[in-house]
Design a protein around this ligand. Structure first.
Ligand SMILES: Cc1cc2nc3c(=O)[nH]c(=O)nc-3n(C[C@H](O)[C@H](O)[C@H](O)COP(=O)(O)O)c2cc1C
Length: 175
């Protein structure tokens, strides 16, 4: 696990190669195995592999352009009626997707949708909901863009790890 965490980076450039259905299945299995508060599993996942839709999603905000060239985007949705802490549940599932992509030799990146604006009058969430026909009762947390990497980034090393963020027993006491 630690090796995967050292290697994991946000990858925003992708090859044109599509993902086979077995690989997509593995990603979804991982997401659907995510832990959730009281086991409520409030999340749902919308897999977008249609190039035209990905192009439209790429316009959702400034930091979404990478979706244009992704093999797919997995939209992470949640039903707030199922869990009052759906944000945490959905964020865990999104993280598991991101990490699983790394284990499969794929590149991926989190595209934040919740609390972001498409325009002065429309949130990113409303925009994504409109483009993809998502029902009003579901929240849109993020889109995980995924594809075969067309850029390489250096892995993290021990020198990147900030142990000064960790305390022992009492806040402020060095670990
Ligand atoms: C909650 C969250 C939201 C993010 N939103 C975006 C985004 O909208 N667009 C983007 O290109 N990257 C986004 N990222 C990726 C971060 O920019 C990236 O994780 C950070 O710069 C560290 O780089 P690394 O992932 O390669 O370690 C997001 C990451 C997280 C965890």
């Amino acid at each position: 696990m630690l090796n995967i965490l050292y290697r994991r980076r946000s990858i925003r450039k992708y090859k044109v190669t599509k993902l086979d259905s077995a690989t997509v299945q593995q990603l979804l299995k991982a997401a659907l195995l995510s832990p959730s508060s009281k086991g409520t599993q409030p999340w749902q996942f919308l897999v977008v592999d249609d190039a035209e839709l990905l192009k439209q999603l790429a316009l959702a905000k400034k930091g979404a352009g990478l979706l244009k060239n992704a093999a797919l985007g997995i939209v992470v949705l949640a039903d707030p009626a199922k869990s009052d802490i759906w944000v945490e549940d959905a964020a865990i599932a999104a993280t598991i997707l991101h990490l699983t992509a790394e284990t499969l030799g794929l590149g991926s990146c989190w595209v934040q949708i919740r609390e972001r604006q498409f325009s002065e009058t429309e949130s990113c969430e409303e925009y994504v909901r409109r483009i993809l026909g998502i029902p009003e009762n579901l929240k849109v947390l993020a889109i995980i863009s995924i594809g075969y990497p067309d850029e390489s980034k250096p892995p993290y090393s021990d020198s990147d790890i900030k142990f000064d963020k960790v305390y022992l027993n009492k806040y402020g006491s060095k670990f």
